[in-house]
Design a protein around this ligand. Structure first.
Ligand code: UDX
Length: 452
């Protein structure tokens, strides 16, 4: 796909300011750069990407001063609302300056591609008469089902049955308890965010980091609701060369530890992504469950992810002796490489969309322990639609953890799930090859952007 020579048009990319959102946007930028576009990344000051990792891109800082309280409160939804109010004017100023400098085709802005959470970009694009495209970094099912969490008309309110196992009408196999309600803010704030996201549909198209066959009915439903061209071009990381981690330092020593393990498909990799937090009791139950499972494990415990602890100082006494060399704990792992490692045979995941796509692309079956928002939808699809994982739904305690790990890694049930995961990986590989659905959709997207 590499295209050298003169760059044609400039694309301004506005990534969401979180690890799980930055990665896919930068991957998209890498792909579109290889197709001949110039790339400018407009990002917030906090959680900003490192320009030296992307020497081919230009970077613009949208100088909105996020307050420390915004960042540390854990109220991500409130942060999103405030960010959208505060970033609009500085982003418009950035673009105005960029437009003034336009003196060649190369510098002409042809389109703004923004993460759907950064919807201030659409308002700016409209005011500046520029086309815009939305990038949804999450799955399409989460996108459409999210809309049902805020009723359009009085009386049609799923909140009444919140938490129940009843199926959401029209969304089988999603249950009311799987709907993407976020823990990162109050219900009122979430309602406000969903309404804002629903209102921003003046863009020219939507890009999804998904694959047609994975979410066919949700894509069809989105098309019906939005009346916009949709491009499902996932998994993005399979088209873009490996990017180093953006916000955290990877500990690559765990790759050596994996190399040293004896048998293929035996390691359970445990990671809860870049935002999820647990408490000290959950850490202890996870630890004893992993120890008692007798399976080797690689466990990412992000600094600050255990409430009240810096890192793993609250691990229970006797745990390290119990596991000996059978476990490896790191602060942050090169996840894509870990999942591609032959020794890794299972992933205990919070089911963030990136982790989901990365795991199924490598044929690694998943223990689903969703925490918030879209993760519940993803977990349900992993276990009940694609059948490449199992849900750990009960209260988190050592017995549940031990049982889930052994079900996946040792029991006959796990063999079947592993076989499904292998077959899903093969189907995904076909989609990113020449003439595959994602490959073709990507080519269509490039043509579409050029036609704007
Ligand atoms: C957030 C939301 O929580 C998630 O629900 C949504 O789908 C995307 O945005 P996050 O929780 O960080 O994302 O999860 P995920 O989407 O899985 O993204 C995590 C990223 O960090 C992945 O690309 C993963 O490869 C990377 N990662 C994680 C590492 O590189 N190393 C690690 O040790 C852990």
């Amino acid at each position: 796909m590499e295209k050298q020579g003169k760059r044609s048009n400039r694309l301004v990319l506005v990534p969401g300011s979180f690890q799980g959102h930055l990665n896919p946007m930068l991957q998209l930028g890498t792909i579109l750069y290889s197709q001949g576009f110039s790339i400018t990344v407009a990002h917030t000051k906090f959680n900003s990407p490192n320009p030296s990792n992307h020497p081919d891109f230009n970077f613009l800082t949208i100088s909105y001063a996020a307050y420390d309280s915004d960042l540390s409160s854990g109220n991500i939804l409130a942060l999103i609302l405030r960010l959208n109010v505060n970033c609009k004017a500085p982003f418009q100023e950035c673009l105005a300056r960029l437009t003034e400098k336009q003196n060649s085709d190369e510098e002409k802005i042809s389109c703004i591609i923004y993460d759907e959470l950064m919807y201030f970009s659409e308002a700016v694009a409209t005011e500046m008469k520029l086309p815009s495209i939305i990038l949804c970094t999450g799955g399409t099912t989460a996108f459409v089902s999210r809309d049902t969490t805020v009723p359009r008309a009085e009386g049609n309110n799923f909140l009444q049955g919140l938490g129940s196992k009843d199926i959401v009408p029209g969304f089988y196999p999603l249950r009311l308890k799987d709907l993407p309600f976020s823990k990162f803010g109050s219900l009122e704030t979430m309602t406000q965010v969903v309404k804002e996201l629903r209102n921003t549909r003046k863009s020219s198209a939507i890009i999804y980091n998904t694959i047609d066959f994975l979410e066919q009915s949700s894509l069809a439903r989105t098309l019906q609701q939005c009346h916009l061209p949709l491009f499902s071009i996932g998994p993005l990381h399979k088209f873009a060369p490996a990017l180093s981690s953006i916000l955290f330092d990877e500990d690559i020593s765990c790759m050596r530890w994996l190399d040293e393990q004896t048998n293929d498909n035996t390691i359970i990799y445990v990671s809860l992504g870049s935002i999820t937090q647990i408490d000290e009791n959950e850490l202890a139950e996870m630890a004893w469950g992993l120890a008692n499972s007798n399976q080797p494990f690689l466990w990412v415990v992000r600094p600050g992810s255990v409430r009240g602890s810096e890192w793993i100082e609250s691990l229970p006494e006797g745990f390290e002796e119990a596991i000996g060399q059978r476990g490896c704990i790191v602060k942050w792992a090169p996840q894509k490489k870990v999942l591609a490692h032959a020794k890794v045979g299972g992933f205990w995941s919070h089911c963030g969309w990136n982790s989901t796509m990365e795991s199924i692309s490598e044929g690694v079956p998943i223990i689903c322990r969703p925490n918030s928002g879209d993760q519940r939808v993803n977990g349900r699809y992993i276990s009940n639609v694609w059948r490449v994982g199992l849900e750990m739904e009960n209260e988190l305690n050592r017995r549940e953890v031990e049982r889930a790990v052994r079900r996946l890694m040792v029991d006959k049930e796990g063999l079947e799930i592993r076989q499904n995961a292998k077959e899903l990986k093969e189907k995904i590989q076909l989609c990113v090859r020449e003439d595959g659905s994602s490959y073709n959709s990507l080519n269509e997207l490039v043509k579409f952007i050029k036609s704007l």
